[in-house]
Design a binder for this molecule. Structure first.
Ligand code: ADP
Ligand code: MG
Length: 237
């Protein structure tokens, strides 16, 4: 579904993304996992519309490296979900929709995210978790080929995150959505995704399932970051 080949992004002297290649299969959920500043969001922006310094982005067989954002067929959901406060819930979800059947589609999407009947509610009367669901319904509305989430649950408390992440995974699997999710939290990455790709300093170090990564980390950084082999690798006290 998505193929990145040798993508690099430079901001002046700074190399934010350094020769990154990976693929996501149709219906797969991949987590981009790495510490703050490792280049995750920049990589997402390359797929969403930022032209890279080098490399190629192919979505569903089409080279989209220089295609404008609105014609790429990708959906985005960010940490500060940026809902429109002057529109009600239904208005927010309908924002990217056009044509007949809009109302039915909004109702269907709200039901999907567990907010049936909330179309007329005001954004400022919703809890953080509910707002997150509205943002998700809005991102899913135009049926994107690829859905990208950037630290989608970052502002919610741990308990709610743990619950939402399971719900999200179930929903995406039911819909067959292809997803790229950015997070710095490995528990969240592995609860949500089929596979994780570990990033550090702009480079993609390794990708695989939780078991694969923990069993055979390519280097000390991956091992430490996953906390997998801390007891083995530390010098005896
Ligand atoms: P992450 O999402 O993993 O926290 P980012 O992709 O946001 O990392 O940032 C990667 C690096 O690129 C950081 O050092 C950041 O400061 C730098 N960077 C990101 N966007 C810009 C920009 N527009 N101009 C200059 N530097 C940037
Ligand atoms: Mg980021």
């Amino acid at each position: 579904m998505l193929k990145l080949s040798h993508v690099s992004v430079r901001f002046g002297q700074r190399q934010a993304v350094d020769d990154v290649s990976f693929t996501i299969e149709n219906g797969e959920i991949l987590a981009l996992l790495g510490p703050s500043g490792s280049g995750k969001s920049t990589l997402l922006r390359v797929i969403a519309g930022l032209t890279p310094s080098e490399g190629q982005v192919v979505l569903a067989g089409r080279d989209i490296t220089t295609v404008p954002t609105h014609r790429r067929g990708v959906g985005l959901m960010f940490q500060d979900h940026a809902l429109f406060p002057h529109l009600d819930v239904g208005g927010n979800v309908a924002f990217g929709l056009s044509g007949a059947g809009k109302q039915e589609r909004v109702d269907e999407l709200l039901e999907l995210v567990g907010l049936a009947g909330a179309a007329k509610r005001k954004i400022n009367t919703l809890s953080g978790g509910e707002q997150q669901r509205v943002a998700l319904a809005r991102a899913l509305a135009p049926e994107p080929k690829l859905l990208m989430l950037d630290e989608p649950l970052g502002q919610l408390d741990r308990q709610l995150r743990d619950r939402l992440v399971i719900e999200l995974r179930e929903l995406f699997k039911r819909l067959g959505t292809t997803v790229l999710a950015v997070t710095h939290d490995h528990d969240e990455a592995f609860a949500l995704a089929d596979r994780a790709a570990i990033m550090s300093r702009g480079k993609l170090l390794q990708s695989g399932t939780a078991d694969q990564l923990k069993a055979a980390p390519v280097d000390e950084f991956v091992a430490d970051f996953l906390g997998a082999t801390a007891s083995v690798r530390r010098w005896p006290q």
